[in-house]
Design a protein around this ligand. Sequence first.
Ligand code: ZN
Length: 315
Amino acid sequence: MRKQVSGIHHITAIVGHPQENVDFYAGVLGLRLVKTTVNFDDPGTYHFYFGNENGKPGTLITFFPWARGRKGEIGDGQVGITTYVIPTGALAFWQERLTKLNVSYEIIERFGEKYLQFSDPHGLKLELVEREEGENSQWEFAGITADKAIKGFGGAVLFSSNPAATGKLLTDVFGFEQVAAEGDFIRYRSPADIGNIIDIKQTPIGHLGRMGVGTVHHIALRAQDDEDLAAWQDELFASGFRTTTFRDRHYFKSIYFREHGAILFEMATDPPGFMVDESFEELGTGLKLPPQYEPVRDQIESVLLPFEVREPNID
Ligand code: ZN
């Protein structure tokens, strides 16, 4: 049987000031900051991971906050919209919460589902949709209870410069099933219960996106372990994609490749996860550095901007 990927592992984006990023994803959206580390390729920049209570793959959004970075442009070759799934019956709570916190939103419909669409403070496009599938998050913060909390990704809307080729990658290589077509979108589904639905916009925007603040950098799909990652690397190679070699991201291993619609994909292993260097209770609270940067910790800490995880003021 053809290999099938079990949905999204994480989505990584570039944003602005770290405090504004933390205030939005932890404070407004109620996600848990599960890891505070640095960009392993640029240790003067944070790398934040937000997810459910234990940072399960499929719930993870990660950020490189560039406080003085150049603004990017959303366009082809990117994740255009990141979709979060909430428990059924929670949409009204979120409408009220976003209103109280001055986050303007629109309500749209796609494939018979109602979506609350809004942007984060740096321009990333997000949406919330109610679905039955996926476990509830157990992280309760800032007045968001488990029956309302974001469960993780519903999926993503891809802006591809070659929608047919990107669709073919999903079905022919990753084992997604094409389940519906409506208006400008084709919907693909993987067997996972979270991070499992990808919609590809069929009309390209007409210009490639430009990397910078407010844009998604890449989307990562799940590999079970190192062996599975190697098998995916072979599978991709056989389908004509050249991937990078294995990269050790400390919390997972990964490979990267750019597909024919210009989107940067990664495949990342589920293990070892975020408890390799912090306990469940401590997750996200300390600045964790990979061994090669420990000797220069003082220097790194002196250039990183301080921030805190805090609840928003709701009047
Ligand atoms: Zn990644």
